[in-house]
Design a protein around this ligand. Structure first.
Ligand code: MG
Length: 180
């Protein structure tokens, strides 16, 4: 049964407002590392002996964030919208995917409250690039950089990340949507 739209009253605006509800979504992504590929993370090209393999620019951080935002609004994942069999996305900058997810939030009358992400990479050092990554993500989402968290950690030399076979990213998004 469809629930009725609850109407509140915003004193500051002096007009009825539709109740808004917070939604959260999670995202996770991995890309393999190989020589001869660029390493692009958070839209930053990072000089390194290896890069990330994928159909697009393989930016695992932006892919995890895109999935977190799509998840928060109940949409299918990044592979549904941007399949890795579609030649349009070959070598594409992954900011395209993040922008699309943000525009889907806006199309619902929604607002991104904040996003947060962790990169799990043994090497190279990510810290010098974090500020630029945050700025790139904020720009793609159309939010202030203070609403974007990005951290990095190693995997303590354990598993595929520890052996430097790949890089992983996880993300969470908080979205404010009108209730319907
Ligand atoms: Mg991916």
């Amino acid at each position: 049964m469809k629930s009725p739209v609850r109407i509140g009253f915003d004193i500051r605006l002096g007009s009825p407002t539709v109740r808004r509800v917070i939604h959260v979504g999670i995202g996770y992504d991995v890309h393999p590392l190989a020589e001869g590929r660029k390493m692009v993370l958070g839209g930053v090209e990072i000089p390194h002996s290896k890069g990330l393999v994928g159909h697009s620019d393989a930016d695992a951080l932006l892919h995890a964030l895109t999935d977190a935002i799509l998840g928060a609004i109940g949409e299918p994942d990044i592979g549904h919208y941007f399949p890795n069999t579609d030649p349009r996305w070959k070598g594409a900058a992954s900011s395209v995917f993040l922008r699309e997810a943000a525009s889907q939030v806006r199309a619902r009358g929604g607002r991104i409250v904040n996003v947060d992400a962790s990169l799990i990479a043994e090497r190279p050092k990510i810290a010098p690039h974090l500020a630029q990554m945050k700025a790139n993500i904020a720009e793609a989402l159309g939010v202030d950089a203070r609403k974007v968290g990005v951290k990095a950690t190693t995997n303590e030399k354990l598993g595929f990340v520890g052996r430097e076979e790949g890089i992983a990213a996880m993300a969470i998004a908080c979205v404010d949507l009108p209730e319907n």
